[in-house]
Design a protein around this ligand. Structure first.
Ligand SMILES: Nc1nc2c(ncn2[C@@H]2O[C@H](COP(=O)(O)OP(=O)(O)OP(=O)(O)O)[C@@H](O)[C@H]2O)c(=O)[nH]1
Ligand SMILES: [Mg+2]
Length: 476
């Protein structure tokens, strides 16, 4: 065997062994780089492995019908467990609160003017309200007409605010922005019909983007100039707006038609003077009361300030009927479902279908979730929200001579039980729990709380109790 052939069988080949100094340097450098790459890959694999074996993220789903208070519960979570972020977002709520005010005032003007023309029937949606000669074709008194004419500009402001909010670019959207603009915002002439003149549509992630814009905006940006114009108009016309809302004639007409803006989402008309005063900044309660409908499911990553290494993922979904089919894609790896139901929905009908009672819809939705196979291993927390509105409805208003609404008129099975807050709330709670017993898997636990999500101090213990039930209080 020749030396050459023998050498060829050696690995690495002898040519490599006889490399020049510069070749050796190149080879060593290449080897070092390869080693580094390999180490990086190993490290990445190890990090990934650690991530997968680490404590799973807490994933909470907020479910329930539209306007039950899911997003308001989310705000409570942010306020309680991530307060710095919550405080940083305060100013981004300002245009939304303005729009809640302006849209509701425009709805009142539209309603008064259509009643003035005797076109009541245009506003009658769903259950026909009692009409009487006193309510048809009632002419607006001259002083109120003058107020209304000074407030004509509110129509343009509403459109500008709406466009400004709607056209903000989403920053952290992860789902398609399936947005529906609100249908014509007129008041229904009975409180039982759930037309929501203050409902505002928004694209996913818009609020976060507004916050970033707010910090980055230079003083000459068109949006800021527009907001200054809006603010100026609202400040200059605050007295007219208050006068429109408190005018005896306005109140009489609304009362005669059983229209109760105070039960509507995003009601700020009793706070116009404060909101439209110079230097106004939204309070925590204002933010909780502001209304924006959730366009589609949105993911919020809540970094707990008390535990910087832990994070909750909360999904806030839109509760409209057409939005519910999309919920199922978030049902995997869920830690807990928080179902939010409105206690004040018993005398309201759906915006999408005025023939469907909102409480019935909420019970059916709850039943569907209880029997959903994908959620069979998940425990539920049932949050029966809007206690304050339920109480107002049951009590009525002595000053206006309005008696309370009798629950039995809407839920026959209630029979002759006392029409008070405790009895009615407990009865509704039992309606939900009984469906759970019939339709949930036997192993499921359900914890139920009465809640009032616009009242942060009263909501905090409810959230904490829910966390205790779900055994992740240690994360707080
Ligand atoms: N009075 C009162 N209002 C509440 C309560 N909880 C929520 N709201 C108001 O009800 C309105 C609707 O609440 P949201 O949290 O937007 O409802 P949602 O369930 O997220 O509705 P969608 O996004 O349409 O599914 C808002 O204006 C809230 O401020 C409550 O306990 N009492
Ligand atoms: Mg919402």
């Amino acid at each position: 065997m020749s030396k050459h052939r023998k050498d060829k069988s050696i690995w690495p080949s002898f040519q490599k062994l006889r490399e020049s100094t510069s070749e050796r340097a190149l080879r060593q450098s290449a080897q070092a780089q390869a080693r580094k790459r390999s180490e990086n890959i190993d490290r990445a694999i190890e990090e990934e492995r650690l991530k997968l074996t680490a404590e799973p993220k807490t994933k909470i789903l907020l479910l329930g019908p539209s306007e039950s208070g899911k997003s308001t519960m989310l705000k409570n979570f942010q306020m309680a467990f991530s307060p710095t972020t919550f405080r940083a977002q305060v100013d981004s709520w300002l245009p939304i609160i303005y729009l809640n005010v302006v849209r509701m005032l425009n709805s009142i003007i539209d309603s008064l003017e259509s009643w003035d023309c005797g076109t009541d029937s245009l506003l009658y949606v769903g259950d026909a309200p009692a009409t009487s000669t006193s309510t048809s074709s009632a002419h607006i008194p001259t002083d109120l007409q003058e107020i209304i004419s000074r407030l004509r500009q509110l129509r343009i402001i509403e459109t500008e605010l709406d466009m400004d909010i709607y056209h903000s670019q989403p920053s952290t959207a992860f789902s398609s922005p399936a947005v529906t603009r609100p249908s014509s915002p007129t008041f229904a002439s009975t409180s039982r019909v759930a037309v929501d003149p203050s409902s505002i549509s928004i694209r996913p992630g818009v609020l976060k983007q507004r916050l970033i814009d707010h910090h980055n905006a230079d003083a000459t940006s068109p949006s800021l100039a527009f907001h200054d114009r809006t603010k100026q108009f609202l400040e200059e016309h605050a007295l007219d707006m208050v006068a429109l809302w408190t005018h005896e004639w306005t109140r009489e007409q609304l009362e005669a038609r059983e229209v109760h803006p105070e039960y509507q989402s995003g009601f700020f008309l009793d706070d116009i003077s404060r909101i439209c005063s110079p230097g106004f900044r939204p309070t925590a309660e204002d933010i909780l009361r502001a209304r924006v409908s959730t366009p589609s499911a949105e993911e919020y990553r809540l970094a707990l300030e008390a535990r910087p290494d832990s994070e909750w993922i909360i999904y806030d979904v839109g509760g409209g009927r057409s939005q519910r089919a999309a919920w199922a894609q978030y049902f995997e790896d869920v830690t807990a479902v928080l179902y939010v139901a409105s206690l004040s929905a018993f005398d309201e009908t759906l915006a999408e279908d005025v023939n469907v009672n909102r409480l019935t819809d909420s019970l059916l939705l709850w039943q569907t979730l209880c029997s959903n196979k994908l959620l069979s291993a998940v425990d539920f927390v049932l949050l029966l929200n809007k206690m304050d509105l339920l109480e107002s409805k049951l009590i009525g208003n002595n000053e206006k001579g309005r008696s309370g609404i009798r629950f039995v008129k809407h839920v026959n099975s209630f029979k002759s039980r006392p029409n008070d807050l405790a009895t009615v709330a407990k009865y509704m709670q039992e309606m939900f729990l009984s469906l759970h017993r019939q339709h949930s898997p036997p192993s499921r636990k359900v914890y139920s709380h009465l809640a009032c999500a616009i009242d942060a101090p009263r909501t905090l213990p409810v959230l904490e109790a829910s966390m205790v039930h779900l055994s992740f209080l240690h994360l707080l």
